[in-house]
Write a new protein. Structure first.
Length: 158
């Protein structure tokens, strides 16, 4: 969850519909008992049942609207600096925060031309990064003239 938009009005509508559903279900239950005793017509019971189902559909619609008030990240990861403040105006093009997927890292590197035909997509490569001496394994994801991309699961040790 990155941000939420004030949904108080929709939440109040949802609460009202939930109470209405409860009342309509009680009415429908009573109407069903009366129908079994042939004290009311089938049409009267059908109207009570339709009232329950209509209000349930209205509640689903309100919940779908409420869900649109929550701005979620497209993937899990680390959220960096935020660019909006509470109460700020947000549009579809507003940058909310920076986010990094810390489970995978992409590495770009070059291979000397004389070795370029030895590296293929899907090949497994072992490498180290920094001075810690740890070894990592990755698979070649893509090859472009002069560049190779590797998505690397962080923390993977060979």
């Amino acid at each position: 969850m990155l941000a939420t938009i004030n949904d108080d009005e929709l939440q109040a509508q949802a609460d009202r519909l939930a109470y209405t559903i409860k009342l309509n279900e009680q009415v429908e239950f009573r109407q069903k008992q009366l129908l079994q005793r042939e004290a009311i017509s089938r049409q009267e019971y059908d109207i009570a049942l339709a009232d329950v189902n209509t209000v349930k559909a209205d509640l689903q619609r309100i919940k779908a609207q409420i869900d649109k008030y929550y701005i979620r990240a497209p993937f899990s990861g680390e959220i960096g600096l935020r660019y909006i403040s509470e109460g700020g105006y947000v549009s579809p093009n507003t940058l909310i925060a920076t986010m990094q997927d810390i489970d995978r890292v992409k590495i770009e590197f070059t291979v000397p031309e004389k070795y370029s035909d030895q590296v293929q997509r899907g090949d497994s490569i072992i490498f180290s990064a920094g001075s810690n001496g740890r070894k990592y394994r990755a698979s070649v994801y893509a090859i472009e003239s002069g560049l190779i991309w590797l998505p690397v699961p962080c923390g993977y040790r060979h």
